[in-house]
Design a protein around this ligand. Sequence first.
Ligand code: KG4
Ligand code: ZN
Length: 338
Amino acid sequence: MRVLGLETSCDDTGVAIYDSKKGLLGHGLASQALIHAPFGGVVPELASRDHVRKTLPLIQAIMADGDTQASDIDGVAYTVGPGLVGALLVGAAIGRALAYAWQIPGIGIHHLEGHLLSPMLEPKPPAFPFLALLVSGGHTALADIRGPGRYTILGESLDDAAGEAFDKTAKLLGLGYPGGPAIARVARGGTPGRFHFPRPMTDKPGLNFSFSGLKTAVANAVKGRDLDEQTVADIACSFQQAAIETLTIKCARALDETGHERLVVVGGVSANTLLRDRVSEMAQQKGVREYYPRLEFSTDNGAMIAYAGYLRLVAGQRDTFSFGVRARWEIDSLEPIT
Ligand code: KG4
Ligand code: ZN
């Protein structure tokens, strides 16, 4: 089975073709980083308009690259939530229209299911069940993954997501958008220990997160201070350490509580190499095996949507001609894939 996957939930247009026998036949991404950078964050209307401009040409390019004809495609998968409604509508409308035109099934995919399953595209995918640490720009969660479509959230952020904390801190430091990669880059030149920021909620039991206090601590450190290059690097370095240590501590606690022997770390922040290093050390100490998507599939992409779509379509699931998108959508409520 060959599935075309479309991802347009936020500021990246992602397109991929997944073949159940050959794996990924092609994938591509049109990033909107330069469009949103002058505004310091994603401008929803500009995101929708760029998805309108980019999605169809990218589909054509990926099909040409993989030498795929329309008649070779057996199904279309498109992200229908959670995300920006206007942006989601572009991918969902194009996906549904192609499914209708090509007379093939189409299915709407939960964006976070795409992230959770992204390590399945790697040469050595994890076996089920496993614990997932999902860290993206919109979500931070620890989840019990019992099988495809069977997800239970064990803990999540009560306020800002981890990626959001990176983005807001970068903005405070004048590092621009997107913030995560910028913080990681300048933090390399920082002096650890010059600033100390809290590790929120690590002293309380439970698996929930809170990152707004960390952001406030950074804002207080920045206030009235001359932000010379070294100070920016020092603050970025201490912030990154605090955020990553918090994630690692909660992840270790979830492994202890669940007894899982496999851990996957997914979502945009999983592209952070310090996070990967810290989580690796922790997992190795516990004898737990860790799995990550390749770096380019940590952040948003069409491949994870094509793969999740393949699993659902091959199980006989499909959407009707009418479709809707959802800004918010609980992942626990998904139909299991049998
Ligand atoms: O998964 P993703 O591409 O989009 C959402 O579903 O939200 O995640 C984007 C987030 C942004 O907040 C971005 O700053 C963060 O991932 N990010 C990083 C890194 N690369 C991307 N955060 C920390 N370090 C990175 N290297
Ligand atoms: Zn994402």
